[in-house]
Design a protein around this ligand. Structure first.
Ligand code: ZN
Ligand code: ZN
Length: 215
């Protein structure tokens, strides 16, 4: 595995507009940049029925952008079921980790195909094939949940390191500005994620909310 450069990538794949980092669930929320039709990205604190009632404003689902699920330092476009969850700096290293493990210790995106899990017609014709497939999906789901916990933990850790008030929503633009002038390192986040994934304790790093989420 070659060592990627430790610098925070300077290019932002998506303008942050007036999006906020929710202090409660650590996901992004707010008006979608560049839209004048009232399209909003909802965080986990918005009740499920409100989220489900929102009409589709683009892509496969209503998410404009997300922070990298490894370092939380880079804003990535989202909304496609094939959207990648990591900044390019570490993507190849995460793929290499998964290849060496022979399965997706760290899933790279939502779609099961992106993580090497998919059903063939032949596999579904036998009971053992269907059972193996179900086991692969359950494994992948568990890893996705663990990674989601990590993604929130790292954003909360970054907010604290940057000296931002973790009891209030932060403007995403302010957060990203603070990141670019900081010593926060994607490498440190990657190494922590890597060691957690390698010793199968990713779940131990799960996000513990500071206060119960509303709704
Ligand atoms: Zn929230
Ligand atoms: Zn990253």
């Amino acid at each position: 595995m070659t060592a990627p450069s430790p610098a925070v990538p300077s290019s932002r794949e998506a303008p942050p507009g007036e999006l906020l980092v929710c202090h409660s669930c650590l996901l992004l929320k707010g008006p979608v940049p560049g839209r004048t039709d009232g399209a909003r990205q909802f965080c986990d604190c918005t009740p499920g029925e409100v989220r489900r009632a929102q009409s589709r404003w683009g892509g496969d689902f209503n998410t404009y952008a997300e922070l990298c699920r490894c370092c939380g330092l880079v804003l990535l476009r989202s909304g496609s079921r094939f959207s990648i969850w990591f900044c390019m700096q570490w993507l190849e290293a995460i793929k290499a980790l998964n290849r060496s493990a022979g399965r997706s210790l760290v899933p790279i995106g939502r779609h099961s195909f992106m993580n090497g899990v998919g059903a063939s017609a032949a596999q579904l014709r036998t009971e053992s094939g269907a059972r193996a497939l179900a086991e692969q999906f359950a494994y992948l789901l568990g890893k996705e949940r663990s990674l989601e916990g990590w993604a929130r933990t790292i954003v909360q850790r970054n907010l604290t390191e940057l000296g931002l008030d973790i009891e209030q929503d932060a403007r995403l633009a302010d957060y990203l500005d603070a990141v670019s002038g900081s010593a926060l390192s994607p490498r440190a986040a990657f190494e922590a994620l890597l060691s957690a994934a390698a010793d199968r304790s990713l779940a131990k790093l799960s996000f513990k909310p500071l206060m119960p989420a509303r709704g």
